[in-house]
Design a protein around this ligand. Structure first.
Ligand code: ZN
Length: 248
């Protein structure tokens, strides 16, 4: 259960940033990069494609750029080996491939990415032998429904802004139904038990989420302070790393 609590805590932070992205006209996909040995937040990212008008400005790349601010190119791969990425939606094939080449330690995500998912939904870049970089573990289904709901909020808002109003039926926000969670596409039973606890194994078999209720409070309110909070973490980690290098 200890590991599951760590996953929950960090995914909650990523979801809060996702909510911030939603309120700033972006697709609500966000992530944080955590230094596993110290449990500190190193970097963060949110989707930035609308503001930057760049189709490749995915959340993961914003975080990778932040890490490059204080890690030299030849130290990137050893550094990333100690990093866990918490991202609200499964990395796309492009990001999954970049993360693998950087030697990311572990990826934890919320919802699967049905069209472009690179960690088990469409391709399994993290586990295959034909792409560059080392294989890494990928854990799906952490606060999945919350990540899905953020995307649903976004689509409902986009429809409302569309020049041609859609039919009423299309605008309805579904807060009740979620697709079955296909755990077996991403993770085996033993790894599931190891991450989330033996007592949750029924969720694996029944294809349901392992957290009981949707954390509505987390996703239904604005998160205006989250960006400053994360910038502080990033800054503090940079200082810590600098001191560590000086001491070495
Ligand atoms: Zn991507």
């Amino acid at each position: 259960m200890a590991l599951a609590n760590v996953h929950l805590r960090h995914m909650e932070t990523a979801l809060r940033l996702g909510r911030y992205a939603l309120d700033h006209g972006e697709t609500p996909v966000a992530c944080i990069f955590v230094h596993i040995p110290t449990d500190q937040i190193v970097a963060f990212g949110m989707n930035d494609t609308n503001r930057s008008l760049t189709g490749v400005a995915h959340a993961e790349f914003m975080g990778i750029e932040q890490i490059r601010e204080f890690v030299s190119p030849d130290e990137l791969v050893p550094f990333f080996g100690d990093i866990a990425l918490y991202v609200t939606v499964e990395p796309c094939i492009m990001c999954a491939s970049a993360l693998k080449q950087l030697g990311i330690g572990k990826v934890i995500f919320g919802a699967g990415n049905d069209r472009f998912g690179g960690n088990g939904t469409v391709l399994s870049i993290n586990q295959d032998s034909c792409t560059l970089g080392g294989k890494h573990e990928s854990i799906p289904g952490v606060l999945r429904r919350e990540a899905i709901m953020l995307l649903r909020y976004f689509y409902v808002r986009s429809n409302e802004k569309a020049p041609k109003p859609r039919t009423k039926g299309e605008r309805l926000l579904d807060k009740e139904n979620f697709p079955p969670m296909q755990w077996q596409d991403y993770i085996d039973r033993d790894s599931f038990a190891q991450e989330f606890g033996d007592d949750k194994i029924a969720c694996y078999d029944e294809k349901t989420d392992w957290t009981k209720d949707v954390k509505w409070a987390l996703i239904e309110q604005r998160q205006d302070g989250i960006l400053e909070e994360l910038k502080q973490h990033h800054y503090q980690f940079g200082l810590w790393l600098k001191h560590k290098k000086v001491r070495r």
